[in-house]
Write a protein that binds this ligand. Structure first.
Ligand SMILES: *[C@@H]1O[C@H](CO)[C@@H](O)[C@H](O)[C@H]1NC(C)=O
Ligand SMILES: *[C@@H]1O[C@H](CO)[C@@H](O)[C@H](O)[C@H]1NC(C)=O
Ligand SMILES: *[C@@H]1O[C@H](CO)[C@@H](O)[C@H](O)[C@H]1NC(C)=O
Ligand SMILES: *[C@@H]1O[C@H](CO)[C@@H](O)[C@H](O)[C@H]1NC(C)=O
Ligand SMILES: *[C@@H]1O[C@H](CO)[C@@H](O)[C@H](O)[C@H]1NC(C)=O
Length: 633
């Protein structure tokens, strides 16, 4: 292990070529039985969470300034492994994945940081941060004492450590401490697994570790804590959490009290009728939360507000939470947070600032920087340009007796198209493998005949009466791998097992990979809207006076759209779905072009209706409501 550590130090030295703004190589962060100690003096963490990979890189500084201006002194961040290592051994630390850049800016803005690298992070993110390819490794068992999983974990944390070594407090950086796993006690209680993960973290970081588990009962604390690692709790009840934590028998887990996540609001699922987008929706509940947080500060204890700023699950990054039915998370991760998805303060922000200001030296909280309004964009039309099925490769990625899974095609996100030509007449109910994974649109000879979707309480049954020569197509969409509960052990997408009509197994499948990691060339060939998915194109120009900064922020709606995916200037912005509650997509100003230049919009509408022209429109305020589901079973 020694050789490894030397290598890591060397990498850190190399990466320290551009020194930090306020580098103080002598700082240290420790704790005694009741306080965190920064350079020997007691330090209270007034923390809030934001995850760099959910925020445009260009806006990191503004979000961090707003954190300081609310009175926070520390930022907690999850790291999404799946984005850093999209394929085994292939690393991406660019743009939103430049987490070293994020922590540098945090330090320049006067903030400390707490690292939450997982490897499992939950966070309502695709598979809790795991890369989809993990499931293709023979014998892989995630979050277990399993060599395959721990070897992959070690490669990830070795690489992350070499990126972030120089950003630890001991090296002149802002990172105070490092979280081991995440709420592991809600999943298992295998101490050998936790110990091996702790060992890997300690090889790669020198700041101390802590665990974070549900504080509501002792079962989760017993499962998730580890000898020699400070224990923290989370939830909405710090009094109970702190009490349960203090009753742990192992004194090496005790020390200052940190409420590792205070859930101020919540995330949104597609189809949910509640909305957490308006932070002030329930004044009395919010007052209760603020009183709880004030109680923590009065007791000289520490907290992390989850989320301070939620941001956006861009692209295909949103996860799913429960199982049976699966609850798929919206593209917006607004979370009803004090700083909304667009980086603007809400009513809770001001209330928290007032509360915090009573507990910190007068004048130590900067003024709140001013912000431009959201830009409005007049309605513009979207023309059909290409059928999704025509964008597939000329040959299938796999031709075999049985359909193959998305991951076995080397694909993590997006869609897979399965095609079978009937060699006899059959009638009966369709079953698309062991279960829908996740949303299956069924076509016979290019005509949509049903939707089977695991996010519905009871997915539809699709009766078929097909003839020899008919073509059956199944378009399967990954709606986000489950990030929580034991369901996360089996997160393979596409079709698993046999496709049957009645009891008849269909043999002979062409499988086409449709990750849409890049847009196909849209041929400007006018196609008439029909039943199979269609790419539409359109464009808009920002109003006068708007720029590529926050004055160019827009909230884009597609009022006639049913369900689909949106790209602006080639960047995948996320999903829309008429069922809501999310009805508008946040398009950050840094991703659009200055006024007078045209911005390209592409929409993949999965359920186009003949004769309906799509339109786009930039609205002044977020739209959050439910509309009837045309596919409800
Ligand atoms: C931490 O910093 C304090 C104050 O500078 C110093 O007295 C102490 O020795 C340091 N501790 C370690 C472990 O470096
Ligand atoms: C895990 O890594 C160790 C050390 O490199 C190696 O000996 C072992 O074969 C690996 N095991 C698996 C299952 O990958
Ligand atoms: C305690 O928490 C665990 C994990 O979240 C949960 O499974 C269990 O039902 C809870 N037990 C009680 C008594 O509330
Ligand atoms: C939130 O909702 C309340 C009650 O519906 C309303 O009065 C308030 O203006 C809303 N606030 C924001 C920021 O939208
Ligand atoms: C696409 O078609 C429209 C209408 O037919 C035409 O006005 C436009 O110039 C074409 N664009 C390109 C890039 O060919």
């Amino acid at each position: 292990m020694l050789r490894k550590v030397v290598l890591v130090h060397l990498a850190a030295l190399l990466s320290a070529a551009s020194p930090l703004a306020s580098a103080n190589p002598n700082s240290n962060f420790t704790y005694d039985e009741k306080d965190f100690l920064l350079d020997g003096k007691s330090f209270q963490i007034i923390g809030g969470q934001m995850d760099p990979q959910r925020i445009p890189r260009e806006f990191w500084r503004q979000r961090l300034q707003m954190a300081r201006a609310m009175g926070l002194n520390t930022i907690f961040s999850y790291i999404f492994w799946n984005d850093l290592e999209p394929n085994p051994g292939q690393w991406n630390f660019h743009d939103r994945n430049d987490i070293r850049g994020f922590f540098r800016i945090a330090q320049e803005e006067g903030l400390y940081a707490v690292l939450r690298p997982g490897p499992y992070i939950c966070g309502e993110h695709e598979w809790g941060g795991f890369p989809a390819w993990l499931s293709q490794v023979d014998g892989m068992k995630v979050r277990e004492n399993n060599d395959q999983f721990l070897n992959a974990t070690k490669r990830y944390l070795d690489r992350l450590g070499s990126e972030l070594w120089g950003l630890q407090i001991t090296q002149g950086g802002p990172i105070l401490m490092n979280q081991l796993e995440n709420e592991y006690g809600s999943f298992g209680n295998d101490k050998a697994y936790l110990q091996r993960t702790a060992d890997i973290l300690r090889e790669n970081f020198e700041v101390f570790l802590y665990t974070n588990d549900g504080g509501g009962n002792k079962t989760s604390l017993d499962g998730g804590t580890l000898h020699g690692v400070l224990a923290a709790t989370d939830g909405r009840d710090p009094k109970t959490g702190f009490k349960n934590r203090d009753e742990l028998n192992d004194p090496t887990m005790l020390g200052p009290q940190l409420y590792g996540e205070y859930w101020l609001q919540w995330f949104d699922n597609w189809a949910a009728s509640v909305t957490h987008s308006n932070g002030s929706a329930d004044e009395r509940t919010i007052e209760g939360h603020i009183n709880n947080l004030e109680w923590v500060l009065q007791g000289k204890n520490s907290f992390n507000i989850y989320m301070f700023h939620g941001g956006t699950n861009f692209g295909f990054e949103s996860g799913s939470t429960g199982d049976n039915p699966t609850t798929a998370v919206t593209s917006s991760y607004d979370y009803g947070a004090p700083l909304d998805e667009t980086g603007r303060p809400t009513e809770i922000y001001h209330k928290l600032r007032d509360m915090i200001s009573k507990h910190v030296p007068a004048g130590s909280i900067p003024d709140i920087p001013g912000l431009p309004k959201i830009a409005e964009v007049a309605e513009f039309s979207m023309k059909p340009a290409l059928s999704l099925f025509d964008s597939r490769s000329s040959q299938p990625q796999k031709q075999a007796n049985s359909p193959v899974t998305m991951e076995s095609l080397g694909q993590s996100y997006g869609f897979v198209l399965y095609e079978h030509k009937l060699d006899k007449d059959i009638s009966g109910t369709l079953s698309p493998g062991d279960k829908p994974r996740d949303r299956v649109i069924v076509y016979i000879n290019g005509k949509k005949v049903g939707v089977i979707d695991c996010t519905y309480k009871s997915p539809a049954t699709v009766p078929l009466d097909v003839k020899k020569g008919d073509v059956l197509q199944l378009l399967v969409e990954n709606l986000g791998r489950v990030d929580f509960s034991l369901a996360m052990k089996d997160q393979v997408k596409g079709i698993v097992g046999d496709v049957k009509i009645g009891n008849e197994i269909l043999k002979g499948w062409a499988t086409y990979s449709l990750p849409i990691s890049q847009l196909p060339s849209l041929l400007n060939k006018t196609v008439s809207a029909e039943d199979t998915p269609v790419f539409y194109t359109g464009s808009f120009i920002l109003p006068d006076g708007t720029e590529t900064d926050q004055s160019g922020d827009i909230l884009l709606t597609f009022p006639k759209g049913i369900k689909g995916q949106v790209w602006v200037n080639g960047i995948n912005m996320g999903r829309y779905w008429t069922i809501g509650p999310q009805q508008s997509l946040y398009i950050p100003g840094c991703y659009v072009k200055d006024h007078a230049m045209s911005n390209d919009v592409v929409v993949l509408e999965l359920e186009p209706k003949a004769g309906t022209e799509l339109t786009g429109k930039g609205v002044a305020t977020r739209e959050w409501f439910n509309s009837p589901d045309p596919d409800a079973p």
